[in-house]
Design a protein around this ligand. Structure first.
Ligand code: 13P
Ligand code: ZN
Ligand code: NA
Length: 283
């Protein structure tokens, strides 16, 4: 069965490694990240954004993820990424999601606390992990758009207060990464990660995983980041492989043919991220 992501993330934080959390949008993408995790014996978090949940339906996604979990020996969690709607969170939990993110980072602190608490109260009895965000991660993720000048770093004291007030089991503090591909390099505030990690003992989540250079990922992980979200790079790799098939053979009309190289390319990209995360052999 699908498992809660809480224990695997706690083990990662304690062990100084990180778990790759991959946004998928099709069955082949889901299968590709599962194969990557199985091959490297890595724990896995499959995630879908609100847009994908609305596109495919949470029940279909949960059913596919459950098949993957039941037919492999690695721990697999299914996570709802960046959700602002309480009702959709409940629907996903009912469908079988084992982890959910309530993203009330656009709201004032007290309101973020209230919304997160409400989700923790329904998720905890169901054995479902909850992730919340403090500060604002810049860039574009589905329907959530944060301009560069609106991005906001999380305050360490607020992080501590937030975790204490909500009991949230995982926290995504904005520390300088952004959704999408960076122009140049990300400007990660490592000092801030360290200060947050010193005050908060829950696993921390690194958003904006696409485009972060290897040594920066490793440094963030060593400071307490236990989950790394990757979306944009995977979509690009997958789509580019399909485009290459059609460039070579515009007449191709068999999804079983044009999806095969895309799945393989995505699998390789996911393995590379798992290597950066240090999750090989941790399943
Ligand atoms: P990227 O699109 O930069 O990989 O960010 C992913 C993410 O944070 C999903 O929540
Ligand atoms: Zn994100
Ligand atoms: Na990014």
């Amino acid at each position: 069965p699908l498992v809660s992501s809480t224990p695997m993330l706690q083990a990662a934080r304690a062990g100084g490694y990180c778990i790759g959390a991959f946004n998928v949008h099709t069955l082949e993408m889901l299968q590709a990240v599962v194969e990557a995790a199985v091959e490297t014996n890595s724990p896995l978090i499959i995630q879908s954004t609100v847009g994908t949940v609305k596109h495919l339906g949470p029940e279909y996604i949960a059913a596919a993820a459950t098949v993957a979990a039941n037919s492999s020996r690695i721990p697999i969690a299914l996570h709802l990424d960046h959700c602002t709607e309480f009702d959709l969170i409940v629907r996903c939990i009912r469908a079988g999601y084992t982890s959910v993110m309530i993203d009330a980072s656009h709201s004032p602190f007290d309101d973020n606390v209230r919304q997160t608490l409400r989700v923790v109260e329904v998720a905890r009895p169901a054995g479902v992990n909850v992730e919340a965000e403090l500060g604002k991660v810049g860039g574009v993720e589905d329907e959530i758009v944060v301009a560069e000048n609106e991005a906001l770093m999380a305050d360490p004291d607020e992080c501590a207060k937030f975790v204490e007030l909500t009991g949230v089991p995982t926290l995504a503090p904005a520390i300088g990464t952004a959704h999408g591909i960076y122009k140049g390099e990300p400007k990660i505030d490592f000092d801030r990660i360290g200060r947050i990690a010193a005050l908060v003992d829950v696993p921390l989540v690194l958003h904006g995983g696409s485009g972060i250079p290897e040594e920066q990922v490793r440094r963030a992980v060593s400071l307490g980041m236990a989950k790394m979200n990757v979306a944009t790079e995977l979509r690009i790799v997958f789509s580019d492989a399909i485009k290459a098939v059609f460039a070579k053979n515009p007449e191709e009309n068999d999804p079983r043919k044009y999806m095969v190289p895309a799945k393989q390319a995505l699998k390789e990209a996911a393995i590379e991220k798992m290597r950066l995360c240090g999750s090989f052999g941790k399943a």
